[in-house]
Design a binder for this molecule. Structure first.
Ligand code: ADP
Length: 519
């Protein structure tokens, strides 16, 4: 009888809830996975499993969330996603833990409070530079998609406004075919308490569609890389030097391009991981506790011509619209988010033990939907294999087995990252102008899934069990689809993220790795 009941429950499809702001791709992916859409008229108010919308949820919605439900936003994350709040939090971290760790955000002034400081800085710099020009960018704190942005060099062009930030304009960006670009990195925080951060191994590179030119700061098509701006530009459809048609590449194409120039793309990727961890650490202790929710962030990162990554901003609800063929990766991104949250959902069962059939049936259903987590669940770290979906041109999905062997990957990503070793052989100015040569040492699967996770390589080295690392509790899963765990990255940081986040201890761990590398 029980068996019948449980198998009946197992067949019960999962239910998703949306509103008019939910990206269509989310709905389409969930339907593809066999989920049902919540119908307010027909179903009980609580009869859904995942509510995905663009705007944040009210605190009461978080408080009332049921154990079988998930919300796609965490409370308190605007501290990261408003440009002025981000600047203030990172400034605080810089004061607490030193500028060397927190030097990845361009110098920023929050208006109107920092007006006098900005004026002093501006004129001091002018004096130092003599006849050379300095460049600044003025951005509304709360707007997105490049709206309301002003780039200036001459103080008389600066217009003070409340709710703006003024930031050093990175005037030496990495150029590809003389076009400026920035990276959109997807980061999923599956929990703040304990802090658990995953970085997506694929992403977008967004190009300006007119050649970079500092003599014309008013040309948004040359200075802003927002797709929403560039897709309406006259050069969008043109086949452009090196970058080709449109205004987007995938991250793997970008890394492969860098590798073709002998650039150490792994080092760059490690720096980006560190930047993500340090940024989220800035707000993690102060976000309110909330169960059953996660947050997908879009980190916008600009690379300069010395290959230093700069954090421009963090977006909540990063765009999931499918504007061009490159955007197809967003379908897999949504698939992988669903895999990831249900993988983590399974981990919270202890807390939710009182909640019986409904919850369990949904977990079972989640395990048996297209994500298929069971195989992944039992894999050893030593030779991690997983299934990756690859999309054909016609958008159909091909299941493909991909193997990542941590031993073949360089040692711990952070350790390498901390070395400060800049192993780049070619000036990026040269890269911008000439055609790359093909190199053969990179296998195709490395292009698709470039790196094994930091956590895997650590665990691999210490021969620790993948499921339970120590007394500190269960380790989060190292991978779900293209998501890899970047925090916690070792046993000490796992411990420091339990029972209250010990930021100081985590920073010490980051620094310890750095010192180890130096010695
Ligand atoms: P929005 O939220 O409006 O997209 P961003 O901070 O992402 O604002 O800026 C939009 C674009 O402007 C970026 O994608 C980038 O191309 C450019 N940009 C922003 N800040 C800087 C900066 N400090 N230096 C150089 N370019 C920048």
């Amino acid at each position: 009888m029980e068996e019948d009941e449980s198998s009946g429950a197992l067949l019960k499809p999962l239910v998703f809830r949306v509103d008019e702001t939910t990206p269509p791709v989310v709905q389409s992916v969930l339907l593809e996975r066999g989920w049902n859409k919540f119908d307010e008229q027909e179903q009980n108010a609580e009869d859904w499993n995942l509510y995905w919308r663009t705007s944040s949820f009210r605190m009461t919605e978080h408080i009332n969330v049921k154990p079988w439900q998930q919300l796609n936003h965490h409370p308190g994350t605007t501290k990261l996603t408003r440009k002025d709040c981000l600047a203030k939090h990172l400034k605080h971290m810089r004061r607490m833990y030193g500028t060397s760790l927190y030097q990845f955000i361009p110098l920023t002034f929050v208006m109107p409070n920092d007006y006098t400081k900005f004026v002093a800085e501006y004129f001091q710099e002018r004096q130092m530079l003599g006849t050379k020009r300095s460049y600044w960018i003025c951005k509304p704190a709360e707007l997105s998609r490049g709206r309301g942005i002003l780039i200036f060099s001459d103080f008389k062009d600066f217009i003070v406004d409340d709710m703006y930030i003024v930031q050093k304009y990175i005037s030496n960006p990495l150029l590809i075919g003389r076009y400026k670009c920035d990276l959109r990195i997807y980061v999923c925080v599956t929990g703040f308490k304990p802090l658990t951060i995953y970085v997506y191994q694929e992403g977008l590179v967004r190009f300006a569609t007119e050649k970079f030119d500092l003599s014309n700061l008013q040309n948004n098509y040359a200075h802003l890389t927002n797709s929403s701006i560039n897709k309406s530009g006259a050069s969008y459809e043109k086949i452009k030097e090196v970058i080709g048609h449109g205004c987007k590449w995938t991250l793997s194409r970008f890394f492969s391009y860098l590798r073709s120039w002998d650039v150490d793309d792994l080092l760059l990727w490690k720096k980006i991981h560190r930047m993500v961890i340090l940024t989220i650490l800035a707000i993690a202790p102060s976000v309110p506790s909330a169960a059953n929710c996660f947050e997908l962030f879009g980190f916008d990162i600009l690379i300069d011509d010395s290959l230093k990554p700069w954090l421009l901003e963090v977006n909540c609800s990063p765009a999931l619209t499918l504007d061009c063929s490159t955007d197809v990766l967003k379908r897999k991104l949504v698939h992988d988010i669903i895999d990831l949250i249900y993988l983590n959902g399974l981990r919270n069962e202890g807390r939710e033990a009182s909640n019986t059939t409904h919850r369990n049936s949904n977990i079972d259903a989640a395990k048996s939907d297209r994500g298929g987590l069971d195989a992944h669940d039992c894999l050893p770290y030593e030779s991690l294999s997983f299934t990756s979906r690859i999309y054909n041109k016609d958008d159909s999905v091909v299941e493909k087995a991909v193997s990542v062997h941590p031993k073949a990957a360089p040692a711990s990503q952070l350790e390498g990252e901390m070395s400060g070793q800049e192993d780049f052989h070619l000036s990026t100015k040269e890269m911008a102008q000439s055609k790359p040569k093909r190199r053969s040492r990179h296998t195709p699967h490395k292009t698709l899934m470039p790196y094994a996770s930091l956590f895997q390589s650590h665990s691999c080295k210490t021969k620790t069990s993948p499921r339970v690392l120590s007394d500190h509790g269960k380790a989060p899963d190292p991978q779900a689809g293209n998501f890899v765990l970047v925090f916690p990255f070792n046993e000490a940081t796992l411990g420091a993220s339990r029972n209250g986040l010990n930021v100081k201890r985590i920073i010490q761990e980051l620094q310890k790795l750095m010192n180890k590398q130096h010695s």
